[in-house]
Ligand binder design. Sequence first.
Ligand SMILES: Cc1ncc(COP(=O)(O)O)c(C=O)c1O
Length: 362
Amino acid sequence: MIPIAKPTVGEEEIAAVAAAIRTGMLATGPEVTAFEEEFADYCNVEHAVGMNTGTAALHTALRALGIGHGDEVIVPAFTFIATATAVSMCGAKPVMVDVDERSYTIDPEEVSEYLNAKTKAVIGVHLFGQPFAVDPVAEICADADVLLVEDCAQAHGAMYRGEKVGGFGAAGCFSFYPTKNMTTGEGGMVTTNDPLLAERCRRIANHGQSDKYLHTELGYNYRMTSIGAAIGRVQLRKLDAMNRRRQANAAYYTKHLDAFGLNTPLICAGCTHVFHQYVTECTDAFPTNRETLMAYLLEKGIGTAVHYPMPVHHQPFYAGDPGVVCPVSDELSGRVLSLPVHPGVTEEDCAYIVETINGAEW
Ligand SMILES: Cc1ncc(COP(=O)(O)O)c(C=O)c1O
């Protein structure tokens, strides 16, 4: 079976975890500080603050930026739910807007349309490893005096006009969940160039503690563990090589897939796509439907997945706001199909997957 996702971890990570345990510092400690410094360096930002999940990173960054009750935050409707729930966790309202039909990332025109006096921030998601249209969105935010937050959960190492993601807005928020481009088990990171924001994130993630047992604001326990950081430090050293494997697998698919009606993903001008997912689109011209194709591939030992079968505005938790209209996200959720692209997928696997799809008769 070729799985749709598989973390690329091995003896180096095991040794690093064993060494971290031997130090006796199992919770936050010097290993986390070292990982934060290395990650900040990698992203070319001044500060990085370790968290225990990507959701915690988003929630903490938004809280640290002062997002709260009565505020609106614009988010794309086509993303993983946590982009929106992090806003709800602050007591603010996520305003879902549509995405561009070819890049699948937030549509700048939609951002302009939904901006209003209550809008405090826009979260752009670098979806599936592709940076969103940073320049137009950042310009809209700057003109409206609204904060820009990057959801980088799926885009470690992705670049926009030659610059790594994570430093374009007030804050960048990463996830290190095992299926991501790099992992710490569970984990997350906030990146920023603002020292005060970094300090506030650190405080919020540590019970709102400004001094030993002095709690000056509402906080949480969102701290990263030394064990996670030990895995993360090894993974960070391998990240570029792992991303190159993802890119090579993606390039092979795009070059060789030849199934009428099955669209391959676009790499936008100026973007370095790191292919967290390789997302095809089963259009109406494809001779069968997506579910039949998925079942057929499963029978042939090829794992696939749908990212995402339901846009955020239709999720039961958010449904019921008739004002949200996102036809592109609706259409995409019925068409998209992800093929295995992770670094564990070999050239032979890619060739087999392409042959299986191209040779199928419906
Ligand atoms: C776009 C996006 N945002 C946020 C998250 C939340 O990250 P985590 O699962 O680490 O909480 C994820 C990951 O699942 C994600 O894909």
